[in-house]
Design a protein around this ligand. Structure first.
Ligand code: UT7
Length: 318
């Protein structure tokens, strides 16, 4: 028994903030942001939008593309670092907004690796016979946890949501998934604040040692790719597409170079939505499905890395 992605969807908030817009209130410039990260613009949620709103829109598109009714979803996993509330989970709120009848629903907190963690979990649920149609959503509103006076972080992130429906199938499908974490590195990328007695203690804003994260990301993207390919008896040459977490074009291109993967096989969308954390892989996936690049039967590698540090990936046939 396999699990296969049978539908994808995405949603980006209407408001676009360009690098030129940022120049007006951040000590930065378009040339620096583009040359260091490849990012040209990001989307920003409206004051009246919460993460579950973004998730709902992406999810509804994915369910429709899958040709399913909402009532046929039997597990909901939302990967997010920016939930609507402390509790309940954003997945439960999405369930209510989509009017999906009683089924398990929970959030996964693995920061920018959240989507590949959720895919790994959903694959196991399907292979164990506990679920048939799983809705997986990566959704984030990072604009609310950015310190807009910290130019080393605020220019890099954006808001958005991406979703897939993963379903039971007789043919592949997901060939292999892998997830990892090294909590010893948690201080290098974190939002170190928490709530105590109605007050936020510590900083509720993103803090990042960019250089350390950059080097770590290139290292584990390569390791994850080789682990998944070797375990599946495949080679880099067999790959049709590489869809990594969209944080920085230089990280993606350095990884492709190390793997000797032609850049034409790299799906990169970071230029127009920035780093959307757990949403970035399904956003890029959906864009490439809708513009016709991803075809049925294509072999693709997904890879994520983020706070924790966490990392992992999936090798799959579309
Ligand atoms: O999603 C999870 C993972 N996150 C990532 O993957 C991010 C990983 N890291 C990166 O993408 C890169 O390290 C950054 C884009 C964050 C930074 O690029 P860099 O090439 O490592 O630049 P840097 O941090 O070494 O900074 C170079 C210079 C510094 O000035 P000095 O000290 O050389 O005078 C910074 O102060 O650039 C300066 N700088 C800026 N200048 C204009 C830092 N941020 C900015 C800015 N605008 N926004």
């Amino acid at each position: 028994m396999y699990s296969r992605i049978i539908g994808t969807g995405s949603y980006l908030p209407k408001k676009i903030v360009t690098n030129k817009d940022l120049e007006k209130f951040v000590d930065t410039n378009d040339e620096w942001i583009v040359s260091r990260s490849g990012i040209k613009q990001r989307h920003m949620a409206g004051d009246d939008e919460v993460t579950s709103d973004l998730a709902q829109k992406a999810a509804q598109e994915a369910i429709e593309q899958a040709g399913l009714n909402n009532s046929e979803i039997d597990l909901i996993i939302v990967a997010t670092t920016t939930p609507d509330m402390v509790f309940p989970s954003t997945a439960c709120i999405v369930q209510s907004k989509l009017k999906i009848p009683s089924c398990p629903a929970f959030d996964v907190q693995a920061v920018c690796s959240g989507f590949v963690y959720a895919l790994n979990i959903a694959d196991l649920f399907i292979k164990s016979g506990q679920a048939k149609n799983v809705l997986i959503v990566g959704a984030e509103i990072y604009s609310r946890i950015l310190d807009w006076t910290d130019r080393t972080t605020c220019v890099l992130f954006g808001d958005g949501a991406g979703a897939v429906v993963l379903s039971r199938s007789d043919s592949p499908g997901i060939l292999k998934t892998s997830i990892h974490a090294d909590g010893a590195l948690h201080k290098h990328l974190c939002v170190p604040g928490w709530v105590r007695g109605g007050e936020v203690v510590g900083s509720p804003m993103v803090q990042m040692d960019g250089g350390i994260v950059f080097k770590f990301a290139v290292k584990v993207f390569e390791e994850t790719a080789l682990e998944l390919l070797n375990d599946s008896g495949k080679t880099v040459e067999d790959l049709d597409w590489f869809i990594p977490h969209q944080a920085n074009i230089r990280i993606m291109e350095s990884t492709a170079k190390k793997l000797k993967l032609p850049l034409e096989k790299l799906i990169a969308t970071v230029d127009h939505h920035g780093n959307t954390s757990a949403a970035s892989i399904p956003l890029a996936f959906d864009e490439a499905v809708r513009d016709g690049r991803l075809k049925k039967g294509d072999l693709m590698l997904l890879a994520g890395v983020g706070g924790g540090f966490t990392w992992g990936g999936a090798l799959l046939e579309f």
